[in-house]
Design a protein around this ligand. Structure first.
Ligand code: CA
Length: 229
């Protein structure tokens, strides 16, 4: 069953959309604020996003931008103002469709179905997908060697990238510095396990909100490091 997330602060509209979509067999969740909606869109498995433009905390422009940097989830943007729709199109944020309020719920359902079909065709078309690791707002494209942190592309050196990817691919496992050094640096490398500490520090500066209280790479005192999933 396809999962649809509605990010909409007008509860009556959100409920109406939800009712119609559920009647058509979709599983629907509602977020009434931009920040909570963005969090769900980034962290959970959502098949399609219905995104209002004007929202409390984080607006639809920003949500569209951040989601599109990380995911190919189809996005239908809705706004009460025709002008806004033209503006979003102009910005090229990567939304798949636009609707001006008020619209008929059956029109919305028809568009949702069309976008899901198109998306599923694309995914199943056999175009090779990049090898991607995604954990809580961090997206690592191993094929392209690119990293996004909460939607913002962030640059990493080769070894930082290798170390981050190795940890993120083995979440919740504790590795000693020696193990990480052996894994990422070959034996002939000049350096020692202090190199690992330096690289962890650099990675944290790029991915953690607060390096004093890391949310991703935890230090397990006396043992090593663990990437928390
Ligand atoms: Ca609104």
């Amino acid at each position: 069953m396809s999962k649809i997330l509605i990010i909409e602060d007008e509860e009556a509209i959100a409920d109406l959309e939800k009712d119609y979509l559920e009647l058509s067999g979709f599983e629907v969740a509602i977020a009434n604020r931009g920040d909570t909606g963005l969090k769900i869109a980034m962290e959970e498995d959502v098949d399609l996003l219905i995104l209002d433009l004007m929202l409390p905390e984080v607006d639809g422009f920003e949500i569209c931008k951040q989601v599109r940097n990380c995911k190919n989830t189809p996005i239908i943007m809705v706004s009460a103002k025709r002008d806004d729709i033209d503006k979003i199109r102009g910005l090229g944020l990567g939304a798949d469709d636009y609707m001006t309020k008020p619209f008929s719920p059956s029109e919305l359902v028809a568009r949702v179905k069309a976008h899901l079909e198109r998306y599923n065709r694309l995914v199943r078309s056999g175009i090779p997908q990049n090898d991607v690791v995604e954990i809580r707002g961090i997206k690592i494209d191993k094929t392209a060697r690119r990293v996004w942190v909460n939607g913002e592309e962030t640059t990493f050196t080769t070894k930082e990238f290798d170390l981050l990817t190795f940890l993120a691919q083995n979440p919740n496992r504790v590795f000693t510095k020696e193990e990480l050094f052996r894994e990422i640096w070959d034996m002939e490398s000049i350096g020692d396990i202090a190199t690992v500490t330096v690289h962890i520090k650099k990675i944290r500066e790029k991915i953690e909100f607060s390096t004093a209280k890391p949310q991703y790479i935890e230090t397990i005192w006396g043992v090593g490091y663990r990437f928390k999933a």
